[in-house]
Design a protein. Structure first.
Length: 667
C-alpha cells in the first residue's frame, strides 16, 4: 500500500444537483432482464432506506463486502460497513434524502478490506413529488488503478531526480563529454566540450564527430572503426585510456586523454567519449625535463669551475713572477729599445693571462656579494681577453668603444663581470649561424637622466646576428627561456644577469631592434656617491719618488720576495726581506720600518698572526701593512682583512699595482 493510501486524505464530495430517481423515464426493460443486468454489472449497486438499512445490494456489492445477502439486506449500514465508513455516509445522508444527488470520491477505510479508493454516486428516489424514500448507491473501486498511478508517479519523480542529477554531472563535469549514435553523429556535447573545442552545442549536434573534433589525418581511420563496430566487429578501443590529438575550432591541435564507452538504449548503440586536455601536463613534463637538463649543466659547470679555480690559483705565483720580472726587465732595457719592446710584450701577455685567471676565479667562486669600486671598462677588457680565442676562431670582429675616464661604480666586480660575460657569450652564439661579416660592438658611457639622483654608467653589447623575434623580446629574461639546442643553453644567462643588475639598482634591457639588424642589450648601473670622484685608471704616484721609506717584505716564496724587493727598490724604497713571520718579528725588534708587505698564507706564522703581533708591539706600524693574497680567499682570511682594515693586493700584480698600494699606505 502506498503512502498516499495510508494517509487517507478526505474524500472529495461533488454535488450533482437536484434530481430524483423518479425523474427517470419509465423502464422499457422487463423486470427479469433488469435484475439480470443489475446482478452482472461490474459496478456496485445498492439501495438504502431512510433508516439507513440496506434494501438491496447486487452481487458486486456483496462480493466487495465479503458477506452473503442474508447478512446485508435489512441490516443497518454501520453494522455492515463499520462505524468509521458509516460516519462518512451519515453526514451526507440528510442532503441526499432531501433530494440532492451527490458523488463521493477518494480513499476510505473498510473493515477487513483496508484502504480503498472508491467513487460512489448517491441518487435520491421518491415517487412523484412525495418524500425521498430510498437512495440508490452506485460505486466503483479504483484502488488498483490509483495504486498503479501512484507507483508510476513515484517512478517518474525518481526518474526526474536521477535525470536532473545526471545532467548536473554532465553539465559541470571537468571532462569534455561527447556522445554519438552508431553512425558517429553527435547527439550530446557538454559545456566542457564546448569550452575545449570552442564550439557551440547547437552547431555540432547532428554532425559527424570526426569532422568536428579530429585532425584530418585521423578521420578515415575513425570512420573505418565506426563501420567495423556497426557491422558487429570487435570494439578494440572501448574502455581504454588513449592519448590522442584533437582539433579546436581555430584549427589548433592539442593532446588529449580519452576513454570511450558504449551504451545500448532501446536496441540502439551510443558511444560516449570522456576527454581531458593534457596540454599543460605535457608542457609541465617537458619543462621538468628541461630544468633537469639545466641542473645537470649547472652541476657540470660547477665541477669544472672548481677544477679550473684550482688550476688558476696554482698559476698565480709563477704568473706574478713572469709579470714582475718582465716589467723590471723593461726598465733595465731603457737604452735597448728592441729588448725593451720584447720585455713589454712578455709583460702584456702575462697581464692578459692574469686577467683570464682572475675572471675564472671570479666565476668559480661562490661567495656572498662583496661591493667595492669596479671599473666597468676593466670588466669588459677582462671578458674580451677571456673570449678572445672563441671570437677569433668564429671570425667575429670585437670592437671596443670604451668611454675614457669612466667613473667606477660601487658594485660586486665578480657579478658585473658575469653579466658582461653572459652578454658577450650570447652575442657570439647568436652570430654562429651568420654568413658574411660577424661583428660585436661593446660601448660604455655615462649618462645623467633627469629622473635619477646620480649619474649612471652604461654598457651596450650589440651584434649583427639574427636579433630577437618580437614574440620573444620579454621572454628572453625569463629563467629557462632558451632557443638554443639541448645542451647548448640553459636559458639562465639573461635572467641571472638582469636580477644581478637590479640588485645593484641598475637594469638590463633589450634595446629596440637597431636599424642595421641584430640584437643590442644595455646594462646600466648607478654610481654610488663615494665612487663618483674616483676615475679609472687611478692616478699612480710617480715611480721612484724619493720616499726613502723602509719596507719589510715577508714571503715564504723567495722568488716572490725577491721580485717585490726589486720592484720597490727600483722605486727608491729601502727594502729588507724575511722568509717567515717569526723572522720578520725578529727584524722588527732591531730595526725601524715604515711599512710591511706580507704574504697572507705562510707556513709557520701566517699574515694574520704577524698582524696581531705587530699590533701588540708596534701599533703605529700595524696600520701600514699590505697583504698579498692568492685569489681563493678563505672566509676567515676575508673576514680578517675586513676587520683589520688592512690593504690587500691580489696576485698576480703589476709593478704599478704594488707601488700604488704602498704609496697610498705610506701617505
Ligand atoms: N644576442 C642575441 N641575439 C639573439 N638572441 C639572443 C641574444 N641573446 C639572447 N638571445 C635569446 O635569448 C635567449 C635567452 O638567453 P639566455 O642567455 O638567458 O639563455 P641561453 O643563452 O639560451 O642559455 P645560457 O645563457 O643559460 O647558457 C636565448 O636562447 C636567445 O634566444
Ligand atoms: Mg646565454
Amino acid at each position: 500500500m502506498t503512502e498516499a493510501a495510508r494517509a487517507l486524505p478526505a474524500r472529495e464530495l461533488t454535488s450533482l444537483g437536484r434530481m430524483r430517481w423518479s425523474d427517470v423515464p419509465a423502464p422499457v426493460l422487463d423486470e427479469r432482464l433488469s435484475s439480470v443486468l443489475l446482478e452482472n454489472i461490474t459496478a456496485r449497486i445498492s439501495v438504502v432506506d431512510r433508516r439507513h438499512c440496506y434494501l438491496y445490494a447486487n452481487r458486486e456489492t456483496l462480493d466487495f463486502l465479503g458477506r452473503p445477502a442474508s447478512e446485508v439486506i435489512g441490516r443497518h449500514l454501520s453494522e455492515v460497513v463499520g462505524d468509521a465508513a458509516y460516519a462518512g455516509y451519515r453526514l451526507l445522508a440528510e442532503r441526499v434524502f432531501s433530494g440532492e444527488a451527490l458523488r463521493l470520491e477518494g480513499w476510505v477505510d473498510y473493515p477487513g478490506r483496508g484502504a480503498r479508493y472508491l467513487r460512489e454516486t448517491f441518487i435520491p428516489y421518491g415517487p412523484g413529488d412525495g418524500p425521498i424514500e430510498v437512495v440508490a448507491v452506485f460505486g466503483r473501486d479504483y484502488t488498483d488503478l490509483k495504486l498503479r498511478e501512484q507507483e508510476l508517479a513515484d517512478k517518474l519523480a525518481q526518474l526526474h531526480t536521477s535525470e536532473a542529477l545526471k545532467s548536473a554531472i554532465v553539465d559541470h563535469a571537468l571532462a569534455a563529454l561527447i556522445t554519438t549514435d552508431d553512425t558517429g553523429r553527435i547527439v550530446e556535447f557538454n559545456p566542457s566540450a564546448e569550452a575545449m573545442f570552442q564550439r557551440e552545442r547547437s552547431d555540432v549536434v547532428g554532425r559527424a564527430v570526426s569532422a568536428v573534433v579530429m585532425p584530418e589525418r585521423f578521420r578515415a581511420m575513425h570512420e573505418a572503426g565506426m563501420r567495423r563496430m556497426q557491422a558487429g566487429g570487435e570494439a578494440r578501443v572501448l574502455g581504454k585510456r588513449m592519448q590522442l590529438h584533437a582539433l579546436r575550432a581555430d584549427g589548433a591541435e592539442f593532446p588529449i586523454e580519452m576513454v570511450l564507452w558504449r551504451t545500448d538504449i532501446g536496441g540502439e548503440a551510443f558511444y560516449t567519449a570522456s576527454m581531458v586536455d593534457v596540454t599543460e601536463a605535457h608542457d609541465a613534463a617537458r619543462e621538468i625535463e628541461r630544468q633537469r637538463e639545466a641542473l645537470r649543466q649547472t652541476e657540470k659547470l660547477g665541477a669544472m669551475g672548481s677544477l679550473l679555480a684550482g688550476v688558476a690559483h696554482e698559476l698565480n705565483n709563477p704568473l706574478a713572477i713572469v709579470m714582475g720580472r718582465a716589467s723590471l726587465l723593461e726598465e733595465k732595457c731603457e737604452h735597448l729599445p728592441e729588448l725593451r719592446a720584447d720585455a713589454q710584450r712578455i709583460r702584456e701577455a702575462a697581464e692578459r693571462c692574469g686577467r683570464i685567471v682572475r675572471t675564472f676565479l671570479n666565476m668559480a667562486r661562490s661567495r656572498p656579494s662583496q661591493r667595492g669600486p669596479v671599473a666597468l671598462n676593466e670588466m669588459v677588457r677582462a671578458a674580451a681577453d677571456m673570449l678572445q680565442y672563441g671570437y677569433r676562431t668564429h671570425g667575429i670582429e670585437l670592437e671596443l668603444r670604451l668611454a675614457e675616464a669612466l667613473p667606477a661604480v660601487i658594485a660586486d666586480g665578480d657579478q658585473i663581470g658575469q653579466v658582461v660575460m653572459n652578454l658577450l657569450v650570447n652575442a657570439q652564439q647568436a652570430l654562429a649561424g651568420r654568413e658574411g661579416e660577424r661583428r660585436v660592438r661593446v660601448q660604455t658611457g655615462i649618462e645623467q637622466r633627469r629622473e635619477d639622483r646620480e649619474p649612471r654608467v652604461w654598457l651596450r653589447v650589440a651584434d649583427n646576428g639574427p636579433g630577437v623575434l618580437p614574440a620573444a623580446r620579454e621572454r628572453v629574461f625569463e629563467p629557462f627561456f632558451t632557443t638554443k639546442a639541448e645542451g647548448m643553453g640553459t636559458g639562465l644567462g639573461l635572467a641571472v644577469s638582469r636580477s644581478l643588475a637590479r640588485d645593484h639598482g641598475g637594469d638590463l634591457s633589450l634595446e629596440p631592434r637597431p636599424a642595421e639588424g641584430g640584437a643590442s642589450f644595455r646594462l646600466s648601473l648607478p654610481i654610488s656617491g663615494q665612487a663618483e670622484a674616483e676615475t679609472i685608471p687611478a692616478p699612480l704616484p710617480e715611480p721612484g719618488a724619493p720616499l726613502q721609506a723602509r719596507v719589510l717584505v715577508v714571503d715564504d716564496e723567495a722568488e716572490l720576495a725577491e721580485l717585490m724587493r726589486d720592484m720597490l727598490e727600483g722605486a727608491g724604497y729601502e727594502v729588507a726581506t724575511a722568509e717567515s713571520g717569526a723572522v720578520a718579528l725578529e727584524m722588527l725588534a732591531t730595526a725601524r720600518f715604515d711599512a710591511i708587505v706580507s704574504d697572507l698564507r705562510m707556513p709557520d706564522m701566517d699574515g694574520a698572526g704577524l698582524w696581531r703581533e705587530v699590533t701588540a708591539r708596534h701599533p703605529l706600524l700595524a696600520r701600514c701593512m699590505l697583504f698579498v693574497t692568492g685569489d681563493t680567499l678563505s672566509p676567515g682570511a676575508r673576514e680578517f682583512l675586513r676587520s683589520a682594515r688592512c690593504a690587500s693586493l691580489d696576485k698576480p700584480f703589476s709593478k704599478a699595482d704594488l707601488l700604488a698600494k704602498v704609496a697610498v699606505m705610506l701617505d
